[in-house]
Write a protein that binds this ligand. Structure first.
Ligand SMILES: [Zn+2]
Length: 104
C-alpha cells in the first residue's frame, strides 16, 4: 500500500516538473526566428522524413560571454560534422539571417 502511494506521488511530481518544459517548447515554436528550413550540414529539410530536428545551442569558446545561438540539424549524426567546422556552418546561418532581414 505504501509503495502505491509513493507511485501516485511520483506520477504527480513528474507531471508537475514536466509541465514547464512542455510549455517552453511550445513557445519556441511560436516565436520561430530560425532563418533556415534546412540542415546546415546536410541541406536536408528539417522536420521532414527525418523526424524532429536536432536543436542545440552553439557557443563560440573564443567569444567571451557568448550567449550562444540556436543551430538546427536534421539529425544528431550531423553534429559530428558540425563540430569539425562550426564557423563554416554558423556563417551559413548568419547569411540566411541577413537574407531573411533583407526581404523585410
Ligand atoms: Zn542530419
Amino acid at each position: 500500500m505504501k509503495s502505491f502511494k509513493l507511485f501516485i506521488l511520483m506520477t504527480l511530481l513528474t507531471g508537475l516538473l514536466a509541465a514547464p518544459f512542455r510549455a517552453s517548447a511550445e513557445d519556441a515554436k511560436k516565436s520561430d526566428k530560425y532563418p533556415l528550413k534546412t540542415c546546415v550540414v546536410s541541406d536536408e529539410k528539417l522536420g521532414g522524413d527525418m523526424g524532429e530536428p536536432y536543436v542545440f545551442t552553439y557557443k563560440d569558446k573564443k567569444i567571451k560571454d557568448d550567449s550562444g545561438r540556436e543551430v538546427r540539424l536534421c539529425c544528431k549524426s550531423c553534429l559530428k560534422d558540425f563540430n569539425k567546422e562550426p564557423a563554416k556552418y554558423i556563417k551559413k546561418i548568419d547569411e540566411a539571417e541577413k537574407a531573411a532581414k533583407a526581404k523585410k
